[in-house]
Design a protein around this ligand. Structure first.
Ligand SMILES: Nc1ncnc2c1ncn2[C@@H]1O[C@H](COP(=O)(O)OP(=O)(O)OP(=O)(O)O)[C@@H](O)[C@H]1O
Ligand SMILES: [Mg+2]
Length: 225
């Protein structure tokens, strides 16, 4: 039914000195309203997979469908707009723009979808306050703790109300208590009209997802709730 995202027979190779086949015929459907954890050894292709889902990179072959419509990976502008509107991305190292404040980092993301600066700023302020950063709005990333920076990254990822949230080891560089807080904040973003997919090396967090996908041999080898 509500398989909003469908990957079909995805292959992805990289050629540097020698060719490596990272994804080898991976197929998977993702339902709205669910949280998916991706686990697998380092190098198994978790980030590669997330980069295809976010349309940042394109598969060597195979198809990505959103809402039954196949993505054309040659339509860069269209795909960039789709990403801005529909996909929120959180990385391990927060990836914030270092020369801009917390508030600016968040409201810039809103501007890429709707060029109304006043509205963007007020939305960003509200969101940052809601997630406990009211006294950090004008701090630069270097002036934030790792946990605070990840909160800003989450605010930036959700400001456009995305249907997909992708997180690549979002708690990977945090101490365990901060990691738990950040994971909780991520998990709280679950909604019936949204898919959340996160890659992690932490089985404790992975088990809290609705589905746990294990990457092995270029595909998803096991998957259980
Ligand atoms: N742009 C690239 N060019 C060449 N090789 C790449 C590129 N991106 C990824 N790879 C290779 O693809 C494989 C999968 O990488 P990927 O980053 O997806 O792994 P991962 O599962 O996310 O690992 P980790 O747990 O360490 O983050 C690795 O062998 C990596 O070296
Ligand atoms: Mg990775």
């Amino acid at each position: 039914m509500n398989n909003f995202l469908e990957l079909n027979n995805i292959r992805k190779s990289f050629t540097t000195e020698k060719k490596i086949n990272v994804l080898r015929g991976l197929s998977r459907k993702f339902k709205l309203g669910k949280i998916y954890a991706i686990m697998g050894p380092s190098g198994s292709g978790k980030s590669t997979l997330l980069n295809l889902i976010s349309l940042i990179d394109k598969p060597t072959s195979g198809t990505v469908k959103y809402d039954k419509v196949e993505i054309n990976f040659n339509h860069n502008e269209k795909n960039d707009l789709f990403r801005s509107k529909k996909i929120g991305i959180i990385y391990q190292e927060n990836n914030l723009l270092s020369d801009f404040t917390a508030l600016e980092n968040v409201y810039f993301a809103a501007l890429s979808v709707n060029n109304d600066k006043k509205l963007a700023i007020s939305k960003a302020e509200k969101l940052l306050k809601k997630i406990g950063l009211s006294n950090r709005l004008n701090h630069f990333p270097s002036q934030l703790s790792g946990g605070e920076a990840q909160r800003v990254a989450i605010a930036r990822a959700i400001i456009n109300d995305p249907q997909i949230i992708l997180a690549d080891e979002p708690t990977g560089s945090l101490d365990i208590n901060t990691a738990k807080d950040i994971f909780k904040l991520l998990k709280n973003q679950k909604r019936s009209d949204r898919i959340i997919i996160f890659a992690t090396h932490n089985r404790f967090f992975a088990k809290k997802a609705d589905y746990l996908l294990e990457m092995r041999d270029g595909g998803i080898k096991s998957s259980y709730a």
